[in-house]
Design a binder for this molecule. Structure first.
Ligand code: F6P
Length: 328
């Protein structure tokens, strides 16, 4: 174990995700276990610039493992993108005797951590927390599993009303750059079609598929649309298009929005968060830095932060095929 690190700071940054609290708890308790101090940094990098820190002991994180959101709050800091902002943040860390950082967040948060490390040679470790699952180096990011369950539940409910009224629903789910949520929920909730950023289905093929589905005797249909899908039309424009070209369908739209990011984390996310927190702190204590903790084949692995950001978390092509076969 490295003798240099006596106090670790932990922050959450970017979009919140269920499991972030469980990860904070794990970081705090792993520090306590190894007899070092831990400081919670509030409001991400902005709180770091302002010195918004609070010393956290093992008991200070009781009762949060089951809570959604993040007790440390999250923010996107414009100031941290400037060298002056980062210098202020560095000075605050030195003043508070913080020797290393655990950053829980997505690719934007990791980019900030990397720049900071480069400028000040400050040890940083990343924990991937985002419902989008768009980080390379971990099969699962924190919050992804919970979001899948939340979205499947919502789609099941929408199906009840869709089938009662023989309607076609376009349901928009989160996923700015990737379609992991859309594809998995599409299969899990039995959607007729899934539109994701990785695949350009095209409007003609969408209509063809809906015609086929009507002909095969289906009276209602669910189409899951990832917010970043490539057709380039938003769900409301898709509705208008189908209204215009397929009068046989009564179409409705549902945008699930930020409810997908909330709620109590699943058992999977709680366990993953606990494992990631331990690995992040112990890696820092071993003198490692600028890495992200991830899950691969049920093992904790480390990936350089630059690879985690630049690498692609690829969509499961087999799942795409399963989705197609299931709509037969
Ligand atoms: O957390 C990731 C994400 O859910 C994206 O899918 C989405 O585009 C984005 O957050 C929206 O977040 P915000 O409203 O906080 O900018």
């Amino acid at each position: 174990m490295s003798k240099n690190i006596k106090k670790i700071g932990v922050l959450t940054s970017g979009g919140d995700a269920p499991g972030m609290n469980a990860a904070i708890r794990s970081v705090v308790r792993t520090c306590a276990y190894h007899g070092i101090e831990c400081a919670g940094i509030f409001r991400g990098y902005q709180g770091m610039i302002e010195g918004d820190f609070k010393t956290m002991d093992a008991r200070s994180v009781k009762g949060i493992i089951n809570k959604g959101g993040t007790m440390l709050k999250s923010a996107r800091s414009k100031e941290f993108m400037t060298p002056e902002g980062r210098k202020k943040a560095y000075d605050q860390l030195i003043k508070a005797n913080i020797d290393a950082l655990v950053v829980i967040g997505g690719d934007g948060s990791f980019t900030g951590a990397m720049v900071f490390n480069k400028e000040f040679d400050f040890p940083v470790m990343g924990i991937p927390g985002t419902i989008d699952n768009d980080i390379y180096g971990s099969t699962h990011t924190l919050g992804y599993d919970t979001a899948l369950n939340t979205v499947v539940d919502a789609v099941d409910k929408i199906r009840d009303t869709a089938s009662s009224h023989d309607r076609l629903f376009f349901i928009e789910v989160m996923g700015r750059d990737v379609g992991h949520i859309a594809l998995n929920v599409g299969v899990g909730a039995g959607a007729e079609e899934v539109l994701i950023p990785e695949e350009d289905l095209g409007l003609d093929r969408l209509l063809e598929s809906l015609h086929r589905s009507k002909k095969s005797g289906k009276s209602s249909s669910i189409v899951i649309v990832a917010e970043g899908d490539k057709i380039g039309k938003n769900v409301f424009e898709l509705k208008d298009y189908v209204d215009e070209h397929m009068s046989e369908y009564e179409v409705r739209v549902s945008v699930l929005g930020h409810m997908q990011r909330g709620g109590s984390p699943s058992c999977f996310d709680r366990v993953l968060a606990s494992r990631m927190g331990v690995k992040a702190v112990e890696s820092l204590l071993e003198g490692k830095s600028t890495l992200m903790v991830g899950l691969m084949h049920d093992d904790m692995v480390l990936t350089p932060l630059d690879q985690a950001i630049k690498g692609q978390s690829k969509i499961n092509l087999e799942l795409l095929r399963v989705s197609e076969i299931m709509t037969t």
